[in-house]
Design a protein around this ligand. Sequence first.
Ligand code: ADE
Length: 232
Amino acid sequence: MHIHVITAFPKMFDGFLSESILKRAIEKQSVKIHLHHIRDYATDKHQQIDDYPYGGGPGMILKPDPIFRCIESVFAQYDLPDKVTLLTPSGSRYDQQKAVEMSLRNALVLLCGHYKGIDQRVIDELVDEEISIGDYVITGGELAAMIIIDSVVRLLPGVIGDIDSAVTDSFQTGLLDHPHYTRPETFRGKKVPSVLVSGNHGEIENWRQKKALEITKARRYDLYQKYCENEE
Ligand code: ADE
């Protein structure tokens, strides 16, 4: 998969791309990440990429020209499906189902919004979908893009060694995950639940399912109800 990120802050991705699963996925060529710096496409001598909003009000708005030039250049250089995703708190809510859908695409083009917003003409002309990672505002779309990249890349074939690990994730099953334990069996006087060391795989599975149901019911009643409806 090729992932193109259109951003005013490409350095924010340095640590993220050089550690853990992302690092390995890049090394194994499961994914190629292309960072495109919006400022490189500004034509004025100060390379200005933002400006005051028409009509007044607080905050700066990302100017249309550098973003148009950047995205047009990306589409001219790479063979991409015509789909640009804008990260914005005004978008549709991101979830695991959307991660699965995006993981089946050949390429992603993620446009990171910033400051107070982005000129609406960019959205009208170039953007196909708007995604929010949750009902809160972060400083820019970069962290949101990283969350999307991380959640999508771990679903790509071969990225997580143990495919069962992704299949049993929270949300993937419709429920939140059950608790996990590792060695030692007794830690500061607290023992691992005995069923997990019983060797009885049927009982272990039942315990995990029961715990997942309890946790989901207590924390996310909406998911619990949906799960129960689907089970009927
Ligand atoms: N940019 C600022 N807040 C955001 C959010 N919640 N989701 C996606 N992009 C954002």
